[in-house]
Write a protein that binds this ligand. Structure first.
Ligand SMILES: *[C@@H]1O[C@H](CO)[C@@H](O)[C@H](O)[C@H]1NC(C)=O
Length: 312
């Protein structure tokens, strides 16, 4: 496909947030701290789950995979945005823009399906505890993983196939700090109404659909826990509340982006920052600092490391 043939625009320019130096500095410190913290936190989870055999169970494997996805997800737009904050001319090439859209939708879609797999895992653990290990076999886990990556890729490709052929002939200012479909479509020199509708349906449906599915399954699980109140239920409840918090925080901003007719750009940017920096950071906080097993494991691994150092 020859892109230069019909697109005169070779780069897009981000407006960023503001020209005020103070706010830029604040934003830089804030995003740098949150980005480093999410990377560290998620890598610690992957490291702990991989190296502690006590955590070799389906739930923790899925959690570690979620952390891998989170590190990828926040590395798609955040590093460029952080580097751009102080630049006067914040530009991205056409290919760079398409790449950002491709990966953020592929990885985001994968994360949604993985969250559904995690809900299913909790459902089996709580409602069918005796069959947990037979149902959530290693093969099943792998099957969930492969399925979520395939759905993420299809979701992303289906939208991009149409966008890559659009003519971009002049306007190239994006009132944002990263590339995404709704803003990009507004710059095309053709009627994109049908395409916008397709994006709303595709991205809106996958986010609202998964959200409704997740909320319903968590309500069902909570109901089951509540009916069989026992000593195990308080632990189940704390795990469940962690999952539900992640689901609400992840989907809230996304559903807003894709289904709201014309969001104000300030609110849009604020939610975008939230999704880019705070959500990936919250996963490790919610799962590790509130999870006793995880904390015990991290302590155990730490003491192993110290011990290993002192004898070598
Ligand atoms: C992801 O899940 C698979 C399947 O359960 C598991 O084998 C793999 O170790 C997990 N990845 C990480 C980084 O834990």
């Amino acid at each position: 496909m020859d892109l230069t043939n019909h697109s005169i625009v070779s780069e897009f320019v981000f407006l960023g947030f503001t020209n005020s130096w103070d706010i830029q500095l604040l934003l830089f410190v804030f995003s740098f701290l949150f980005y480093s913290a999410s990377m560290m936190g998620n890598l610690v989870i992957v490291f702990t789950v991989t190296f502690d055999s006590h955590l070799h169970s389906p739930m923790y494997f899925l959690l570690a995979n979620l952390s891998v996805i989170d590190t990828v997800f926040c590395s798609i737009t955040a590093p460029k945005m952080i580097c751009d904050i102080f630049k006067k001319h914040k530009a991205i090439s056409f290919c760079g823009c398409i790449t950002q859209i491709f990966f953020s939708h592929a990885v985001g879609g994968t994360e949604m399906v993985l969250l559904i797999a995690m809900a299913f895992d909790r459902y089996v653990a709580i409602c069918k505890p005796l069959h947990y290990l037979t149902i959530m076999s290693p093969r099943m886990c792998l099957c969930f993983l492969v399925t979520s990556w395939i759905i993420g890729l299809i979701h992303s490709l289906v939208q991009l196939v149409f966008v890559i052929d659009l003519p971009f002939c002049g306007p190239n200012i994006l009132d944002s700090f990263y590339c995404d479909l709704p803003q990009l479509l507004r710059l095309a020199c053709t009627n994109t109404q049908e395409l916008e509708f397709m994006v709303t349906v595709n991205s809106g449906l996958i986010s609202v659909g998964s959200f409704v599915l997740l909320v319903m399954s968590y309500i069902f699980i909570l109901f089951t826990v509540w009916k069989h109140a026992s000593s195990a239920s308080s632990k189940a409840l704390s795990t469940l509340s962690a999952h539900i918090t992640v689901v609400v925080l992840f989907f809230g901003p996304l559903m807003f982006f894709y289904t709201w007719p014309s969001p104000t750009s300030h609110l849009d940017k604020f939610l975008a920052i939230f999704d880019a920096f705070i959500t990936p950071f919250l996963n490790p906080v919610i799962y590790t600092f509130r999870n006793k097993e995880m904390k015990v494991s991290m302590r155990r691994l730490c003491s192993h490391l110290v011990h290993y150092k002192s004898i070598s």
